[in-house]
Design a protein around this ligand. Sequence first.
Ligand SMILES: CC(C)(COP(=O)(O)OP(=O)(O)OC[C@H]1O[C@@H](n2cnc3c(N)ncnc32)[C@H](O)[C@@H]1OP(=O)(O)O)[C@@H](O)C(=O)NCCC(=O)NCCSC(=O)CCC(=O)O
Length: 532
Amino acid sequence: MARQSGNQRFNESGLPIEPVYGPDALEDWDAGTKLGEPGAYPYTRGVYPTMYTGRPWTMRQYAGFGTATESNARYKQLIENGTMGLSVAFDLPTQMGHDSDAPLAHGEVGKVGVAIDSVDDMRVLFGGIPLEDVSTSMTINAPAALLLLLYQLVAEEQGADPAKLTGTIQNDVLKEYIARGTYIFPPKPSLRLIADIFKYCRAEIPKWNTISISGYHMAEAGATPAQEIAFTLADGIEYVRTAVAAGMSVDDFAPRLSFFFVARTTLLEEVAKFRAARRIWARVMREEFGAQNPKSLMLRFHTQTAGVQLTAQQPEVNLARVTVQALGAVLGGTQSLHTNSYDEAIALPTDKSARLALRTQQVLAYETDVTATVDPFAGSYVVESMTDDVEAAAVALMEQVEDRGGAVNAIEQGFQKEEIERSAYAIARETDSGERVVVGVNRFQREEDEPYEPLRVDPAIERQQCDRLARLRAERDQAAVDGALAELRKAAEGTDNVLYPMKEALRARATVGEVCNTLREIWGAYVPTDSF
Ligand SMILES: CC(C)(COP(=O)(O)OP(=O)(O)OC[C@H]1O[C@@H](n2cnc3c(N)ncnc32)[C@H](O)[C@@H]1OP(=O)(O)O)[C@@H](O)C(=O)NCCC(=O)NCCSC(=O)CCC(=O)O
């Protein structure tokens, strides 16, 4: 919502927003250079010439909880309801590279996602789902290589050709240091691992999107739209530099970089943000990195509607919020979309709320006219002006990151985190004072909400998962596991690609925790230098 100071109103990025925009707003504006054609440089109008007139975005609902068996059932239900791609949520122990029976995992098994300890669990997770035919996103970062290899192992067991596998691993560790927190190793070995993943995928799984460079979590932590894209693109630049320094040519990996942003209820600014992000990335890739392949210049992105804007009070109102947020993502040209369930501010989505969230996307895709024409806001006085404004603000922030020596150095100096904290504090202050209206929270409240029965994860799941692990350790060929982990250790100490020995260890049924612990012993664990 627009904030006001005196007579001047400001958008979420803190930039002035005028009550009326007219031709004078675009006086020096040149459609040829600012817009180009859809599917052509600078990709302001979208990455594909036909966009949704050719094919709708991928409806990709993020899901996963409890054991692999329960999550498998949810995926099948989503597919039956018309979801177009899978998106796996892992529990915290898996995300941190701990087995379900590790002391640190206690109380967290299966809570915020599915618990995956070994290839046995992965086989159950995708049982009955032909992996050659579905595209799967996995929200996994520090242990991304492991989960990707487990996926490949299960796909191969199904008889799939790895060259045909499509999907995405999040694999974006830099934003974990800034906003999300599931890092394991320090930046240097983390970046080396990411370069190993880029090389491995190019050789073995060439259609896989190797990373999902994410601003979503920064936005959820309070980043403004300009900060969200600036810090995300700055992380992207760091990854490109890392891969180039590791000996790859930019066009060998850049076509498989992907991005992930939030969509807020401030629809006009969000559309401007997506368009600005595409323009900046295309320019950076062409001018700074000399990319030649058009696919290297295209910023392809997934969007999730803003969870932080959902309220526990009067939760059905969230359906309206999610619709507006999703509409912004579509008008901004997203490639893939997750719409949150209306009950997500309270608990894990129920079957019904998950279905309603997907139905929201289907209404937008099939009952409205926004898919009938590409980039409907092109030439709009206000949206083009805002696109320029958000772009300029983001570029200025990216320069501040560069002045600090790039994304990693800026992270080590606490720059991005401090900037985001400042924005989050401003939002909290405005909400408390009522300057920022949140329907049902600081205006239009009700005395009593209707009763709501949330979905809860059964605590017995942890016991079951520990029993599975005990069985696995008793059954497997321990000498084979030890030998494979020794090979992995050797590669991690040297410069060989770690993914090849890692795959053999996982095939021999080494667990996620055992593989990560082997790497922890060599690479150490990251300790944040927090200024808060
Ligand atoms: C690139 C994206 C963004 C989208 O990939 P998709 O496969 O869905 O879409 P796509 O690449 O655009 O399209 C698939 C294929 O169709 C083609 N295609 C699509 N539209 C076209 C058109 N109009 N004309 C011609 N071709 C077209 C593309 O070229 C591509 O083929 P080719 O490939 O052959 O060109 C990917 O990375 C992705 O799916 N990301 C999802 C990430 C995600 O779900 N994250 C959840 C995070 S959840 C989270 O983190 C929040 C909570 C937490 O903290 O845990």
